[in-house]
Design a protein around this ligand. Sequence first.
Ligand SMILES: *[C@@H]1O[C@H](CO)[C@@H](O)[C@H](O)[C@H]1NC(C)=O
Ligand SMILES: *[C@@H]1O[C@H](CO)[C@@H](O)[C@H](O)[C@H]1NC(C)=O
Length: 250
Amino acid sequence: MRIHRFLSLLVAFVMFSRANAFFGYVEVQCLYTSTRDVIYMEKLYINKLLMAEYNSTLGNYTGYTAKMKDLTDEANKVKKFKERAKKNLDECKSNIPLVFDALTKPVEPTVKLKLVDVADSRHPSMLVCSAYGFYPKLIRVSWLRDGKETTTDVTSTEELSNGNWLYQIHSHLEFTPKSGEKISCRVEHASLMEPKLYDWEPVVEAERNKYAVGSAGLLLGLLFFITGLIFYKKNSTGRTLVPTSPPLHS
Ligand SMILES: *[C@@H]1O[C@H](CO)[C@@H](O)[C@H](O)[C@H]1NC(C)=O
Ligand SMILES: *[C@@H]1O[C@H](CO)[C@@H](O)[C@H](O)[C@H]1NC(C)=O
């Protein structure tokens, strides 16, 4: 039985004796299982050691040291303790719809497509399709080239846990760019009514040229600025700048 999700409440207390200080705490948990059930747990720790626990499946307290065993045996005879635990279990149960229907609702992934250059590969380019922050874990990420699914030159990571019930996955497609070819990443997930396509939009040539012209303009501006600065210095000090390069060997 897999523990699916839990809500836990921590009750901390500090116990003092004359010579030593103990730190103890009680952990109170509703453990929701994959079978849409719940276990109510109480755990008593003293100085980080588990001393005793209550598990609603057993319906009694268990002690883990000789002294605690005596205490839990006593506690198991007290009707009030068990009644209180039973009431807390019912409280946990009343949250089953919330936990299973609201909290475990599928969460749609955020998908990003990016191009990376790979040096040591048969293909010069690689597309990475990353799906972030989805739930549940089951997902399918695939690649379409001109509308047809391809599995060659495709690698993928596992579904990686984010540690907060959400997952991420990264799929890679190595390829040689072909002009006019349409490449898409397809995501299938419980949060989506139908498979979702994310098309790769290559930076078109005109766009790239614009960048080139832009940076060339910037360089030219910088050149004029520096030349201007040199002339300004030359004129204001009345000295010429002599380059100090070492003599060339012939
Ligand atoms: C509670 O007790 C049951 C029965 O012994 C056991 O299967 C289960 O793992 C226990 N749960 C926890 C969270 O310790
Ligand atoms: C707790 O309950 C289980 C099952 O009902 C029983 O086997 C076990 O001996 C009990 N433990 C204590 C400490 O009473």
